[in-house]
Design a protein around this ligand. Structure first.
Ligand code: IMP
Ligand code: MG
Length: 198
C-alpha cells in the first residue's frame, strides 16, 4: 500500500486560484441516476449510443452509461472551441472524429456544459447529416444566460449562473478536471487580467 499521507491527498491549486464548491459530488451522482432513468423511460426498448465530447464530457459519460439499464454503447469525438483561458474563441473545429457510423442509431450527445451553444450547434449539424434514428442531447451543466446559438439540451443536470466552473471533467488550462465536484474558479485579479490580455 502506498503511503497516503494528508499531504498527498490535498488537491493542489495554482497560486492566485481558488475553487469554491458549487455542486457536491454526491449531488452530481444523485442527479445522474435520475437522468439515466429519464433517458431509459424515453427509449425503453432501444439500444442507446452515447457520444461524448472529449475531454470534459468523459466523467459524465462514464457515470451516465453505468446508470442506464439495457443496451448501451459509446463513442468519442473531440472538438476545440476554447483556448487556454476562460474566454471562448467562438470557433469550433473537429479534432477527432467518431470511430463508428451513427446511421440508424439512437444517439445521445453527452456534453459537460452548454455555454454559448456554439459547440453543440456544430455537433448537431454534423451528426444530423449522418442520419441517426434519434438525436438527443444530455448536458450535466447549462448556463442559459450565455447562449448565443439557438440550441437546447433534452436532458439537463443543473442550470447554473454565468460563472466559470471547473471539476468533474471541466478544466481551466487542462487542470481541475479530476475534482469530484463542480466548483467556481476565482482568479487573483492580477492573474485574471493577464489571462484576459492573451
Ligand atoms: P460552448 O460552445 O460555448 O457551449 O462551450 C462548450 C465548451 O466550452 C464546453 O464543452 C467546455 O469545454 C467549455 N466551457 C464552457 N464553459 C465552461 C466553464 O465554465 N468551465 C470550463 N469549461 C467551459
Ligand atoms: Mg474545455
Amino acid at each position: 500500500m502506498p503511503n497516503r499521507g494528508k499531504k498527498q491527498l490535498k488537491k493542489k491549486k495554482a497560486p492566485g486560484e481558488s475553487v469554491k464548491i458549487l455542486i457536491s459530488g454526491p449531488r452530481i451522482q444523485k442527479r445522474i441516476q435520475a437522468l439515466a432513468k429519464q433517458v431509459r423511460r424515453d427509449f425503453p426498448d432501444e439500444p442507446l449510443h452515447l457520444v461524448s465530447v472529449l475531454k470534459g464530457g468523459v466523467f459524465f459519460l462514464t457515470d451516465l452509461a453505468r446508470s442506464i439499464s439495457g443496451e448501451v454503447s459509446f463513442d468519442f469525438i473531440a472538438v476545440s472551441s476554447y483556448g487556454q483561458d476562460t474566454h471562448s474563441s467562438g470557433q469550433v473545429r473537429l479534432t477527432r472524429d467518431l470511430d463508428s457510423s451513427i446511421e440508424g442509431k439512437t444517439v445521445i450527445v453527452v456534453e459537460d456544459i452548454l455555454d454559448t451553444g456554439m459547440t453543440l450547434q456544430y455537433l448537431l449539424k454534423l451528426f444530423q447529416q449522418r442520419k441517426p434514428k434519434h438525436l438527443r442531447v444530455a448536458v450535466l451543466l447549462d448556463k442559459p444566460d450565455r447562449r448565443v446559438a439557438p440550441v437546447r439540451a433534452d436532458y439537463v443536470g443543473f442550470s447554473i449562473p454565468n460563472e466559470f466552473v471547473v471539476g468533474y471533467g471541466l478544466d481551466y488550462s487542462e487542470r481541475y478536471r479530476n475534482l469530484p465536484y463542480v466548483g467556481v474558479l476565482s482568479l487573483d485579479s492580477k492573474l485574471a487580467k493577464k489571462a484576459a490580455e492573451k
